[in-house]
Structures are given as C-alpha cells and as structure tokens.
Design a protein around this ligand. Structure first.
Ligand SMILES: [Zn+2]
Length: 228
C-alpha cells in the first residue's frame, strides 16, 4: 500500500511538479517543504529564550535566531502565501521548543490579530495559525481576544518616524470575550516575528485592563538586534 502511494506520488509529480517553497528543490506531490529544509528548521528552533533588547515593558521570548533560513521561511509564509508552511512552522516550534514545559494548561494564548482586509488578501493570519498549533500541542486556552480596528500600512513598509505612530489605536479588545475569564491568568501573545517590538507593544495595550497575572509575548524569531 505504502509502495503504491509512493508510486502514485511519483507519477503525479511528473505532471504536477511540486517544489520546496524555500529552496526550490523538487518534492513529492503536495509537499511544500523538503526534507533538507525540515532538518534546517528543526536545528534552528530552540527552547524559548527571553530577549533583552526591546522597547516593550513585558518579556518577549523567541524560539529561533533570525538566521537567513528562518527569516526566508517566515517571509515566504506571508508573501507566497502558504498556510500549510505556517502550520509546519507551528508544529515544529511546538515540538522542538518543548512548549509543553514552557506553557501551562491554565495559560491563555492570544494571536496578534490581522485586519479583515489583509486577511482577505492573504487568506489566513500566520500568528493565528502558530497560536492554534501551540495551544493544540499544550492543551491550553486559545483566545482571539484582540482585534484590529484600523487597516494600517505594514510596519516593514514604514520609515522610522512612521513606524512609531502607524499602529496607534489600531488594536482593541474583542467585544466577544468575558473579561473576568482572563483575571489572574498568564496571557501569551503570539506573533511570527518581532522587529522593533512596536507591533507587540501596541497589540498588548488593550489587554492591560484584564488584570492578568502576567503578559508575555512568544515569537518565532526577532530581528531587533539586527535591525538596531
Ligand atoms: Zn527545501
């Protein structure tokens, strides 16, 4: 049966060639990341480590250095765009970074939200996909507690002075949440990457009225030091 499946995949790949989205090597039908790149991804992910260089007044934890491979993979997820690749990244982070020992079952994982207009363009929110993978692995709470009120220019397209004000009043608490459910909990805000930390800083602001025990952010990688 396995042999037959392999043969069928081989046959399909002749007519419908699939290539690894990162290195462009040919892959079996339906595969978006080749085995070599999967190995590279595994090696680049480590247990969450706190970042010291940040503008945020709460801890940011990263699970990977901002090496060329990881930064390319994160860009490809957004600009191809590939939800499948985001799912693979989420599953790998959950596994390789041993999130079961970092996140407790009573913690609440909250994705950095995406505006509806951008969601329509891309089809998925990579922060949401990652957050869901982590919550599923750990068995903790998942809540889209923050929403985006305004459509904003991507932070990456802003110059330094625009970057600081671009996200002012862009985030709010979702009207669907029961605020008391968050009291005394540790809230973990999830995004794919932190650059200067401004997106995390602004998206966390609405959570401050929830009387949480602690607010932290968890990202795959950060480029702050590189950016600085
Ligand atoms: Zn590859």
């Amino acid at each position: 049966m396995f042999r037959l499946k392999k043969l069928l995949n081989h046959f399909l790949s002749i007519f419908f060639p699939f290539r690894c989205l990162v290195c462009k090597n040919s892959c079996d039908y339906g595969i978006v990341l080749c085995e070599d790149c999967k190995e590279k991804l595994k090696k680049s992910i480590h247990k969450p480590q706190e970042v010291k260089d940040t503008t945020c007044d709460f801890p940011i934890y990263t699970m990977s250095s901002y090496d060329d491979f990881t930064s390319d993979l994160i860009k490809i997820i957004k600009y191809k765009p590939s939800k499948k690749l985001a799912e693979i990244l989420g599953e790998n982070c959950a596994e390789q970074a041993d999130l079961k020992s970092f996140i407790k079952e009573e913690d609440v994982i909250i994705p950095v939200p995406m505006h509806e207009k951008r969601l329509e363009e891309r089809g998925f929110n990579q922060a949401w996909v990652l957050a869901e993978s982590y919550a599923k692995k750990v068995g903790c709470h998942f809540s889209p507690a923050i929403i985006r009120k305004r459509y904003t220019k991507p932070q990456a397209s802003c110059n330094e002075s625009e970057r600081n004000n671009n996200l002012d009043n862009a985030f709010a608490l979702s009207s669907d949440i029961i605020k008391s459910a968050f009291r005394g909990k540790r809230l973990i805000v999830v995004d794919d990457v932190a650059t200067t930390g401004t997106t995390l800083l602004k998206s966390v602001e609405p959570l401050k009225e929830l009387e949480a025990k602690e607010i932290i952010a968890l990202v795959v990688s950060h480029s702050y030091k590189k950016y600085k």
